[in-house]
Design a binder for this molecule. Structure first.
Ligand code: FES
Length: 157
């Protein structure tokens, strides 16, 4: 895939940049757009974003590597994040993570061979009252049990 935004996306980039006093400050939403389009932030993608923002690729890499929401390798079509921080751990988060790890035979930040699922063990996702919680891509799911989890997985195609 050629690493380039289309005209419509470039217009969106300009709209985002117009909200900030400096182009550089728009780095987070632009990286998010890039990840959505290209799947993950490869070196090539980071260099492209650096050119758009007129900053050094090293600065882009610094942001991309600091925030865990940015992937540096291709993840699954359904990226599953399971919180195992205190509230979730006490209510079964670790069991949920282990169940997924065993079921798919993958560890933290790995992807199934068919590319359908990837798994990530997360710190608190700010939904402790619904512990244990997990996310599939951008959808949060609270009070997860193994049964609920299996129901959710069954509709992931
Ligand atoms: S500890 Fe899991 S969401 Fe806060």
């Amino acid at each position: 895939m050629e690493i380039v935004f289309n005209e419509q996306e470039l217009a969106e980039v300009q709209k985002i940049q117009a909200k900030y006093p400096q182009k550089e400050s728009s780095i987070m939403p632009i990286l998010w757009m890039a990840q959505k389009k290209f799947g993950y932030l490869s070196n090539e993608v980071m260099i492209y974003v650096a050119k758009l923002l007129e900053i050094s690729p090293t600065k882009v890499e610094g942001v991309a590597t600091f925030y865990t929401m940015f992937f540096k390798k291709q993840m699954g079509k359904h990226h599953i994040q399971v919180c195992t921080n205190v509230s979730c751990m006490l209510r079964g988060g670790v069991k949920i993570f282990q169940h997924l790890s065993d079921k798919f035979n993958i560890s933290n930040m790995e992807t199934t061979e068919d590319g359908l699922f990837s798994l990530e063990e997360c710190e608190c996702m700010g939904a402790c009252s619904g512990a244990p919680m997990m996310a599939i891509n951008e959808d949060y799911h609270e009070n997860i049990t193994i049964e609920k989890l299996e129901e959710l997985l069954a509709i992931c195609k």
